[in-house]
Design a protein around this ligand. Structure first.
Ligand code: TMP
Length: 215
């Protein structure tokens, strides 16, 4: 429970391609559940039937000509539905929400990667989210070349994964810049280490969060 806001805690997980989000999100979910937390795991873009359909549009190569503004607005359209249908109701009931990417990804990919201004993104953020912001953001950070090499093993690349290294360098830099301006919310994890070492770092972060939240 976020005591200050009388609602569940909202945790997001971010990072560039190949940082190991999926296995670490499962680890976070299982660790929280073992501590007796009722946690809902979800993802963006997606998380609702509408959002998952929007996700398909966003990742599909057939839309390689999608404009940056259309991409940005689709991200927020999916997010608006996600917040209304899933995130806010769960938080209001005292459940914790663990989300695989959220608006920080928009600042990183559509802002850093595509070059849309932070001011424009902030306008949509305020409109769609009101005062809702993540309480904690775990940033899995890794040099881009290592992440891309790891992601390449996974098989068919989606519309974003087809981007070049320079794009992901901008995405990573944008994440790190955000983390620097919001040190209270961000927890940066060195994802270049072994999975075991990464999970040890994450476990330490979770212990602190659980202690802070009085859970
Ligand atoms: P995933 O690979 O983590 O499932 O995410 C799908 C892609 O969507 C990923 O390449 C990052 C991208 N994305 C954005 O560009 N902006 C956003 O706001 C979000 C949530 C994801």
């Amino acid at each position: 429970m976020n005591k200050a806001l009388s609602r569940g805690c909202f945790i997001t997980v971010e990072g560039t391609e190949g940082v190991g989000k999926s296995s670490n999100i499962t680890f976070i979910q299982e660790t929280l559940q073992a501590a007796g937390i009722d946690v809902v795991a979800t993802r963006e873009p997606g998380g609702t039937p509408l959002g998952e359909e929007v996700r398909e549009l966003l990742l599909d190569h057939r839309h390689s000509g999608m404009s940056s503004d259309a991409e940005l607005l689709l991200m927020f359209a999916a997010r608006a539905q996600h917040i209304k249908q899933l995130i806010q109701p769960a938080l209001n009931q005292g459940q914790w929400v663990l989300c695989d990417r959220f608006t920080d990804a928009t600042y990183a990919y559509q802002g850093g990667g595509r070059g849309i201004s932070n001011e424009r993104i902030a306008t949509l953020e305020n409109w769609v989210q009101g005062t809702l912001r993540p309480d904690i953001t775990v940033l899995l950070d890794l040099p881009v070349d290592i992440g891309l090499a790891r992601a390449a093993i996974r098989g068919v690349a989606d519309r974003f994964e087809k981007e070049q290294q320079a794009f992901f360098e901008q995405v990573r830099n944008a994440y790190l810049a955000q983390a620097e301006t919001q040190p209270k919310r961000y927890r940066i994890i060195d994802a270049s280490r072994t999975l075991e070492a990464v999970q040890q770092q994450i476990a330490g972060v979770l212990q602190l969060i659980l202690a802070e939240q009085g859970a």
